[in-house]
Ligand binder design. Structure first.
Ligand code: SAM
Length: 202
């Protein structure tokens, strides 16, 4: 895989999951180019390189319970479901979540629970199911939400784009076995905004 993604499990999962079923029919021919594509509702499926990089940073081995904020098309969710034990994924736009469910079912990825978070002011995260071994946020946030670091297990990793509503830097938060948080900064990226109490106004 180009540009330094070396985790063989991530590469194999990306070779296995058909990205074209997660994009709109009009964009199916572009599904395997390394670029983001529209998925409707003014949202995007992320560029495959960024998906690979973020997934690699979670360091999944197959045993983890993972939280994803921003189901979108469900493509990233499908990768997580292939690479971890259980996935909990939240999306604020109902039609996207419903379509993602169909795609995941068509691939027989039944280890995913989806939640629609469309009520205004509802906090992000999934308190009832916390703690999570890995958390991935696939929308840009103004800062790392404390509510998510609280839902991270000891030894767990949180990957999130942090910055303005235009561009962000990829941040990995690692919670060590003593509960201390450590931060690693990675590349600049461009995500649609995280909406809500811990993000931006709709
Ligand atoms: N990972 C997705 C994929 O593979 O298609 C792409 C996600 S898209 C870049 C970001 C998604 O985050 C959008 O679908 C958007 O509706 C969702 N989103 C934004 N704010 C959210 C929130 N507070 N809770 C849940 N989903 C949110």
């Amino acid at each position: 895989m180009a540009r330094g993604v070396t985790d063989r499990r991530v590469i194999d999962a990306m070779l296995k999951i058909p990205r074209h079923i997660f994009v709109q029919e009009a964009f199916a021919a572009q599904a395997y180019s390394d670029k983001p594509l529209p998925i409707g509702e003014k949202q995007t499926i992320s560029q495959p390189y960024i998906v690979a990089l973020m997934t690699e940073k979670l360091a999944l081995t197959g045993t983890e319970k993972v939280l994803e904020i921003g189901t979108g098309s469900g493509y990233q969710t499908a990768l997580l479901a292939t690479l971890a034990d259980r996935v909990y994924s939240a999306e604020r736009i109902r039609p996207l979540a419903l379509r993602a469910r169909k795609c995941l079912d068509s691939l027989k990825l039944f280890n995913v629970q989806l939640r629609i978070n469309d009520s205004e002011g509802s906090p992000i995260g999934w308190e009832d199911e916390a703690p999570f071994d890995a958390i991935i946020v696939t929308a840009g946030a103004p800062s790392v939400p404390v509510i998510l670091t609280e839902q991270l297990a000891r030894g767990g990793r949180l990957v999130i784009p942090v910055g303005t509503d235009v561009d962000q830097q990829l941040v990995t938060i690692i919670k060590d076995e003593d509960g201390e948080l450590h931060q690693e900064l990675s590349i600049m990226c461009r995500f649609v905004p995280l909406i809500g109490a811990q993000g931006w106004q709709a």
